[in-house]
Design a protein around this ligand. Structure first.
Ligand code: FES
Ligand code: FES
Length: 153
């Protein structure tokens, strides 16, 4: 079936199988490998994207369900060569090790700061509880969130 999706502000058409995930369609059909596939079961958050402005795991959404909707991936957060402030904060705070979790975390943090520009520690932990990182121990990730939030204030 053919789907039409607005992806990172651009109209995109793709031929997809009825059962395939939005994550697969983004990565394999639309040339957007930034969203990572790890668990493909909604457990790790590495595939986090915004669907009509709501944070979702792209592995749990059918590509067909995105037909006619708007998707923002990690590739769509920055402006041209300019990183999104959350991406800059991750770099500056040293919140990246292997980097596999980073795209999903960046999307989740950007979403958090849109909803809550100065999140409490509990809000931060709650908002990122669906994003697993095997490397960092999370301390520097939370430093990056504080840094990005401080710059918005
Ligand atoms: S790959 Fe989607 S939540 Fe893990
Ligand atoms: S930096 Fe490796 S999983 Fe998070």
């Amino acid at each position: 079936m053919k789907i039409r999706v607005t992806v990172n502000g651009e109209p995109v058409e793709a031929d997809v199988w009825e059962g395939e995930s939005l994550l697969f369609a983004l990565r394999e059909r639309m040339g957007l490998p930034g969203s990572k596939n790890a668990c493909e079961q909604g457990e790790c958050g590495s595939c986090s994207v915004l669907l009509d402005g709501t944070l979702v795991c792209a592995c749990l959404v059918l590509a067909a369900q995105a037909d006619g909707h708007e998707v923002v991936t990690v590739e769509g957060l920055g402006r041209g060569e300019r990183l999104h402030p959350v991406q800059e904060a991750f770099v500056e705070a040293g919140a990246v090790q292997c980097g596999f979790c980073t795209p999903g975390l960046v999307v989740a943090v950007a979403d958090l700061l849109e909803r809550s520009p100065s999140p409490s520690e509990d809000e931060m932990r709650e908002a990122l509880s669906g994003n697993l990182c095997r490397c960092t121990g999370y301390a520097k990730i939370f430093d990056a969130v504080r840094l990005a939030a401080g710059r918005r204030a």
